[in-house]
Ligand binder design. Structure first.
Ligand SMILES: NC(=O)c1ccc[n+]([C@@H]2O[C@H](COP(=O)([O-])OP(=O)(O)OC[C@H]3O[C@@H](n4cnc5c(N)ncnc54)[C@H](OP(=O)(O)O)[C@@H]3O)[C@@H](O)[C@H]2O)c1
Length: 385
């Protein structure tokens, strides 16, 4: 990292990743200058963040008059998707952390890439919906996409010579139902699904971790980020979440990345890459404290979402757009108490089975399919409610 301050904007600064990113930046205040902070509806938190970090721009998703008042002096207020576009086309930025949830992350990411701005990417939907387009554009504009997800961040750290890597091994904690029966899972409450044993994350990703769909999404992200065939991406359950992922070289050597389960570490890695700083580190890693590391095969009867993700990933085109949209709507319906946890998979699978895949879709086609599947999924949810 150059000696001058790195100029950064955060899309989704009020979320779990966004807030932790600001904690990292606070520790490294002499290394960063914040250009813009963008959130969705949590305007009160955005105001506090603006007061503390003094960005040039803020952007919220709420047009209410209340949202236009009470900001610190000098800050320019932007709004909605147009505001995100403005932030991401500002070439003052050295890097943009895309940490919003959902499909809203895709267009701003593409805009930033076209403006030659490096991306620290947390938002999964960007690659799951349009991985081919995003990675091709990044190559064309010479932009780095540095993954924030702990698994992809681990692989990014392990890979020295990608041509000599045979296989990616993605670890999964297994979530709160790892050692529970399928029956327990079928009757799980929202509270139980949100009680992740290792990670404190936003609600959507926490439910995805309970069904293991999160791992399915990560397989698709890994395929796009590192250019590996699905046959060469394995998943292994590792309940302690200490080994964040690994790679196997052609000669059988396995390189893994280890660390305490804290998102601060991959966030800091992504936004300071290629440099490293002490920053947020609170204590040294001690193998003796960890004592044991367990690994087991995923139970695909209990967690069929992973198999579905492999299948849709291999189909390519809009198959993963469909799976992502259906799953997201079903997760929201579960969080609203309309369906059971297990229905999420059943509904998602039904939508996937019925989907006519479009190969090599344009961005507009991707959003059209996304809208269509969401409408169909909402109809389907009514039958399960
Ligand atoms: N949390 C993790 O540990 C983790 C790990 C790996 C990857 N990820 C991925 O990172 C992304 C964010 O996850 P999260 O757990 O941080 O989610 P989260 O806590 O739910 O936060 C989501 C963020 O997105 C913002 N947002 C929502 N709609 C928006 C819109 N229309 N315009 C602008 N901002 C909007 C939210 O704003 P408001 O709150 O103000 O409405 C909030 O700042 C997801 O794609 C997730 O899969 C998360």
């Amino acid at each position: 990292m150059e000696n001058k301050k790195r100029k950064i904007s955060i899309i989704g600064s009020t979320g779990s990743i966004g807030r932790q990113a600001l904690e990292v930046i606070e520790k490294l205040e002499d290394k960063f200058e914040i250009i813009a902070l963008a959130g969705g509806n949590n305007v009160e938190l955005l105001k506090k963040q603006a007061e503390k970090f003094k960005p040039e721009y803020i952007c919220s998703n709420t047009p209410s008059p209340h949202a236009r008042e009470g900001w610190s002096e000098g800050v320019t207020i932007l709004h909605g998707p147009e505001g995100l576009e403005q932030i991401c086309s500002n070439k003052e930025n050295d890097i943009i952390l895309v940490a919003c949830s959902g499909k809203i992350g895709l267009r701003p990411t593409l805009t930033a890439i076209k403006n030659g701005i490096d991306i620290a990417l947390a938002n999964k939907e960007t690659l799951v919906m349009a991985g081919d387009i995003v990675m091709n554009e990044a190559k064309k504009y010479g932009v780095n996409i540095i993954p924030v997800d702990s698994e992809h961040c681990a692989i990014h750290q392990c890979i020295k010579d990608i041509k000599q890597v045979d296989k990616l091994i993605i670890t999964a904690s297994g979530g709160p139902f790892l050692h529970k029966s399928i029956e327990d899972m079928k009757n799980a409450t929202v509270e139980q699904a949100l009680a992740h044993p290792r990670w404190n994350m936003g609600k959507k990703i926490t439910v995805d971790s309970a069904t293991l769909m999160n791992k399915g999404l990560e397989i698709i992200e890994a395929h796009h980020l590192f250019g590996f065939n699905y046959d060469d991406i394995d998943v292994v359950i590792h309940p302690q979440s200490i080994v964040h992922s690994a790679i196997e070289y052609v000669d059988g050597s396995v390189i893994a990345q280890l660390g305490l389960p804290s998102m601060h570490i991959p966030i800091q890695y992504a936004i300071t890459y290629p440099k490293r700083f002490e920053g947020i580190k609170s204590k040294s890693f001690n193998f003796a404290d960890i004592a044991r590391l367990d690994f087991e095969k995923p139970d695909y009867d209990k967690f069929p979402t992973v198999k579905l993700a492999y299948k849709m990933g291999r189909l390519g085109g809009t198959a993963t757009v469909c799976m992502n949209a259906a799953n997201e709507e079903a997760v929201f319906a579960f969080l609203d108490g309309k369906i059971k946890l297990y229905n999420i998979y059943e509904i998602t699978k039904r939508m996937c089975d019925e989907h006519d895949v479009i190969q090599n879709p344009t961005i507009d086609e991707i959003f059209t399919v996304d809208e269509l599947i969401r409408r169909k999924t909402k109809e389907c949810i009514k039958k399960f409610s």
